[in-house]
Design a binder for this molecule. Structure first.
Ligand SMILES: *Cc1c(COP(=O)(O)O)cnc(C)c1O
Length: 422
């Protein structure tokens, strides 16, 4: 592979063109094994950023793509519809919270967040609440890299200072402090309540990742926070947007993380594992209140329509991925991953360089006391035969649900060996 060309011309995520971190050439991937060009095999701990829940190169997903390819890989969604899109909408409406009955397909998670925010604003304008233009969110959140999504990411890790004056300025509240399994105390929600109350007439929506804050800090918060948030949004007529892009499709132990709290959002974003990690695809689901509000008002049309909206290949593989998820006891698999990760990773709490360890569903997080040296630790992981990509102080894994116990234990043990040396 022409790594020199890659190094000189191709941007990789979150890197400088002058001094990029090393990239490892991949030849292929199968199940939870990533095969490098030089013949080495790595056990995958990342699921390609939450996405490949069934592992790589799955025969059922390959078959779905191949079959669809023979009919059509793409057709514009303006003026046309097709079976893969309809089948998928039926399934998604069935498995998501029952209020969500209208679906908007889009091409990536960030776009789904843009669509959700646009829906919230257009809803407010349509029903005549034209003063409602603000969003409220919590710190340590992550919602994507496009501009409006970025405006509700954590201001520090989202590097808001670079774009001051360009990014819309929204309202931030401290991140929830009480962890998932700790004792609930309403005091944790108080700042959110007071903030909403103080700005009640200007707020269009609250946007938040339910239960698990992903790329903004890998934090697991208490379900009662979400319950209180739903209650408060209802009290003040404010829309609740839940970003389930990372948490959806079983990752946290429930099909969607909002189900830990039994909360129904007005608008929900999904993505990442939607296609089993096969291709970029996402969706934004809304309840009747939102869709009616927008459609009854002026202009009545929802003004968004990506070129690749409802892409048939993506819909087909998403259908196959959902069928696969329904065909076995994924909940048991996630529980099993959770209990093995708990057994294997908990001892890292005693390491001198480790601050804390937390596990929820198929997510295992080791928070270090200081930021890791990315170049060194990444190399150490590869040398130990595993693929883990930390950021800042966070070293975390979220393996595919199909990982077997032996591979998972090996992944965890090698992880601890490397963590201890860094
Ligand atoms: C990854 C992610 C996004 C952005 O999705 P992309 O497909 O990368 O644009 C948005 N929200 C959350 C919670 C995510 O984890």
């Amino acid at each position: 592979m022409d790594l020199k060309f890659d190094r000189e011309h191709i941007w990789h995520p979150y890197t400088s063109m002058n001094n990029p971190l090393k990239v490892y050439p991949v030849k292929s991937a199968d199940g939870v094994r990533i095969k490098l060009d030089d013949g080495r095999e790595l056990i995958d701990g990342m699921s390609s950023w939450w996405a490949t829940v069934h592992g790589y190169n799955h025969p059922k997903l390959n078959e779905a793509v191949n079959n669809q390819l023979n009919d059509m890989s793409h057709i514009m969604f303006g003026g046309f519809t097709h079976k893969p899109a309809i089948d998928l909408a039926k399934k998604l409406i069935d498995i998501t919270p029952s209020d969500l009955q209208k679906i908007f397909y889009c091409d990536s998670g960030s776009v789904a967040v843009e669509v959700a925010m646009k829906m919230a604003l257009q809803y407010c304008f349509s029903i005549g609440e034209t003063k409602r233009k603000k969003f409220v969110t919590v710190r340590s959140g992550y919602h994507g890299d496009t501009f409006h999504a970025m405006s509700v990411c954590d201001p520090v890790t989202g590097m808001h200072e670079i774009f001051t004056g360009i990014l819309p300025e929204y309202i931030f509240v401290d991140a929830p402090q009480i962890a998932y399994s700790e004792q609930w105390d309403y005091a944790d929600f108080k700042q959110m309540f007071e903030t909403i109350k103080a700005n009640k007439d200007e707020i269009a929506a609250v946007i938040i990742e339910p239960i698990v804050q992903g790329a903004g800090g890998m934090r697991f918060y208490h379900p009662n926070y979400l319950k209180e948030l739903r209650k408060t949004c209802d009290e003040f007529g404010i829309i609740l947007i839940l970003d389930e892009i990372a948490t959806g499709f079983g990752r946290t132990g429930e099909f969607f993380a909002c189900m830990h709290a039994n909360v129904q959002p007005d608008i929900m974003c999904i993505g990442k594992a939607l296609t089993g990690g096969y291709m970029s695809f996402a969706a934004c689901l809304a309840n009747e209140k939102i869709s009616q509000g927008i459609s009854d008002g002026k202009p009545g049309n929802f003004m968004h329509g990506p070129t690749f909206m409802g892409n048939p290949l993506a819909c087909s593989v998403a259908n196959a991925s959902l069928d696969l998820l329904m065909s076995y006891d994924w909940r048991k698999s996630v529980k099993n991953i959770e209990s093995i990760m708990t057994q294997e990773l908990i001892s890292a709490k005693e390491f001198e360089n480790v601050d804390s360890v937390r596990i929820l569903g198929a997510i295992g997080v080791i928070q270090m006391k200081s930021e890791v040296d990315m170049a060194k630790i990444q190399n150490d992981f590869v040398e130990h035969g595993i693929w883990v990509r930390p950021f800042g102080k966070l070293v975390y894994i979220m393996p595919a649900f199909i990982i077997n116990d032996a591979d998972l234990r090996e992944l965890c043990r090698s992880l601890l060996t490397v963590v201890q040396m860094n």
